[in-house]
Each structure stands twice: as C-alpha cells, then as structure tokens.
Design a binder for this molecule. Sequence first.
Ligand code: PMP
Ligand code: GLN
Length: 378
Amino acid sequence: MREFGTTVFATMTRLAVETGSINLGQGFPDTDGPEAMLGRAVEAIRGGLNQYPPGPGVPELRRAVSEHQKEYYGLGYDPDGEVLVTVGATEAIAATVLALCEPGDEVIVFEPYYDSYAAAIALSGAARVPVLLRVDAGRFTFDPDELAAAVGPRTRAILVNSPHNPTGTVFTREELASIAALCEAHDLIAITDEVYEHLTFDGVEHVPLATFPGMRDRTVTISSAGKSFSVTGWKVGWVCAPYALVSAVQAVKQFMTFTSSAPWQLAVAYGLRHEMEWVAAQRASLSAKRDRLTEGLVAAGFDVLRPAGTYFIQADIRPLGFDDGLAFARQLPERAGVVAIPTQVFYDHAEYGARYVRFAFCKRDDVIDEAVDRLKRL
Ligand code: PMP
Ligand code: GLN
C-alpha cells in the first residue's frame, strides 16, 4: 500500500486549517443534518443502545433501507439477508471488492475515480483497468466502445459511481444500459456507488444500475447516509444485493469491523423514514449553491462544467493562465486563501485531469461568496 500515502482530502483539509483558507476541497457540508434525526441519535445513546448491534446491522435500519429501495426505485431486497449495514460506503466498497475479487482479476473503473476504489482493488490483489471519462457537450462521459474494449477474460467486476465524484456527471439511461449490456454479455458483477443518489439537479433523475433487466442479480448496490442527510461524520453505509453476494461481503465485513456503530444506525433509520422531505429541500438548496458557485467561478475567470449531481464542480484553470492543477491547488491557499482538490489525483493518466480542479459547494452561502471574492483576486 506504499504508493497510496495520505489521501488528498486529508492533505488539503490540513492545508486549509494551517493556512486559514476557505476549504472548498474535502466534500463535507458546514451545516447539520435534520434536527429530529440528530435527536434520535442522542436518544439512542441515552436509551442504552450502546453495545454491539447485530453484525448485519440493526433490523430497523435494514428494513428502512429495504423500504427506501422499493419506494424510490421499485427494487425489492429482503432486509434479512439482502441488506448489510456498513461503516460508511467506504467499508462497503472495500468489503465488496475484497469479497468478490482476487489476484489475477481485473476491475474496471471510470477515471477520474474516487480514491478509495484504487486502494480497495489493490488490497484485493486485483488490477484496476481505467476507462476514461471525457468532456463532451459540457459533461464528462465515456465512449461505449472504449468501455467494451476494456473488458477481457480476466474482468471480474465494474465499479460504477453515479452521480459521479469528482465530475458531477449523472449517467443517463443510455449510458447505464450500455454498462448493463456489457455486464450481461460478459457475466460481470457491477458494484455501484450511489452515495449521491439524492443529490441531482434540474430534474435529472438518478437511476440505479440494478433496475436494468437482469442487473439486480449481478449488482452490489452501495449507498450511505453521509451525503443525503449531511452527516458525513456518522459513517453509516449499506449494501443491497442478492443473498449470496451480501453473505460474501458480510464474511469480509465481520473481520474488518464486525459491526457498525449502533446509535447512528437507529437515527439513520429514522431519517430514511421521516426526513426525506428534508432531503428534497436540501437538494433544492444545493442546486442554488451550485449555481452560486458556478457563477462566482465564471466571474473569477474559470471555465466551469455545470454538474448535474453531487456537490462538486470541475473548473478548468487554463483561462487563468495555468495548466497544472496540482501546482495550482498547492499555490491556491497562499495566493487566494481558498483550498480546492486537484482533479488529476483521481486519474491513472494524470495528463487528462491536469487542467481541472474540483470545488465543493456544500457550504454556507456566505462562505461561497467569500471564497469567490478571494478567487477573483487571482
Ligand atoms: N463514494 C464516493 C463517490 C464519495 O464521494 C464518498 C465520500 N463521501 C464515499 C464513497 C464515502 O462515503 P462514506 O463517507 O459513507 O464512507
Ligand atoms: N467524499 C468526500 C470528497 O470527495 C471526502 C471523502 C474523504 O475525505 N475521504 O471530498
């Protein structure tokens, strides 16, 4: 694991703290989740839910996740055996890859990819095979022929993240259908990271890959509470998949963490059942913040790709006279008192991401405005 070092998020957040900069790097909101849901966590602790919960997760949360998948996507999962609660989506991804992939296997990822994918694949001994997302008509997308060409005799799984971090792309039905067709044709497992499932804008809909014909049986669907409910520090995630796949993932999870923290699970179950209106309002608020930061970055001279989902914006630094996002992001705290994430760290082929930096807009309006004012001095 030597090549993995410290994550870019930890590095950039430390830089923000050290330099007193506005942190538009690491993606976490600077406001709290729904009040009643926070109260449920306190009540759970006060009420004595402080010992190991069952390995698969507290039954209330497994039922709430199952109901959520049914209500939003028409997908049926048995809460006893087809739903597993994990320590955030991060553990879900790692446990899934470790459970299902072995040395000699290949796992396809779309680059730029979320950093933990590469680490999880490396831990399993499998090899990652990147497929490039290119900018076309103002959004990052892939070429279906390049995706098809990436599949070989050793391909075991394809990791799909939509809405996509760090690009903000939400895959269309056509894009997802082409992925599904490949999985069917080559007997691949799909691992889907859907942590931004509720953060889409302009009426763009999130469609789980598991809803495509034949895909439910070969898809491990992963999500978590952090983004939907603005509780990134709670680290409550989950896996939905057929019995055999969940049981394999659970076999790994039990030796990583055995089980996940009990009180937060009860609170998240409450959130999924009673706070989805809050989530809808949050989505509207984030959509306005996306517009606010987009306009601000344009005014500051960046070329901006307007994201359809997540809480990240890709900004092209070339109009400002820069061409290396890594150097730019390193200098930005000194020059402007703002922190961003250099997009190239999410690539195997860094040259494709060199012109972009990622800004997070899940921040208070006054924080966004102050950051924009500072960036205008560049
Ligand atoms: N996947 C993606 C695409 C993410 O952006 C993140 C960061 N929140 C995670 C997974 C990790 O989620 P969690 O905090 O629930 O582990
Ligand atoms: N998912 C968040 C991001 O992309 C942060 C994750 C982390 O700090 N590991 O910014």
